[in-house]
Design a protein around this ligand. Sequence first.
Ligand SMILES: C[S@@+](CC[C@H](N)C(=O)[O-])C[C@H]1O[C@@H](n2cnc3c(N)ncnc32)[C@H](O)[C@@H]1O
Length: 238
Amino acid sequence: MTEESTINYYNQESSQYSRKRYEGKTESYFQFLFRYRQNLFLNFVDRIASNMKNASVLEIGCADGVLIKSLLERWPNVFGSLIGVDISPMMIEEAIRTTKDSRVKYFLRGVEPGEKNDLVIELGVHSQNFDAEINSVSEKLKESGYFIYCVAGRSSLHARFKLLGVSYVNDYMSYAEYEKIIKKYFDVLSSEPYGLFIPKLWAFPRFAMVVQPILEKLFRNMFSNLFHEKIYLLRKKQ
Ligand SMILES: C[S@@+](CC[C@H](N)C(=O)[O-])C[C@H]1O[C@@H](n2cnc3c(N)ncnc32)[C@H](O)[C@@H]1O
């Protein structure tokens, strides 16, 4: 996907982004993946919440602000300021329209204020130049600041079955390759793979809702390379 086609796609998704992915019953693997990731993300924030009093937060690829809103719902009086940036103008409009908290501001990526942050979040954002992206996040963090990030793995079942022939998969790397770059800039405090795609499982959503989380927990250590994504809790190196 070129940047232009990504912007077009997310502009079109903007009015229904959260509804399709995060609201209502979980009926598909796609919805499972987004919600499971959101849960892991909130668990990571929980681990560092005691260091987040009045913290400044930057979210890259904030879409309609769904994760920022979930942070404020869970921790209404903790964060000092929150900035969301995205490349899709219509996502930014939607985020502004639907966020009612004066501590939150949204910008198109690249025109946000340049201050350094205590926490940067970047989830579900494809990067064509991984090293440059990680380096630029490190520049946006204060000393010992935290970064919650996820990547998609080249060998996952999802990539092999669902994304067969999709061009952006060529940018995916193995988790070991990602980690080699990550560790140049960050200490890895914790990580967890998620998204074990099992063909046809979600044809039976009520069954899948029970079985998928069990499979995730059973196989995440032994077969992490088969999982679609991995989320990291990182801390900027001194
Ligand atoms: C899959 S959504 C993830 C949104 C949210 N972080 C979540 O977890 O639900 C990807 C978002 O990142 C934005 N995006 C894609 N490439 C980006 C980039 N290079 N910089 C900033 N935002 C980007 C898209 O416009 C879209 O809103």
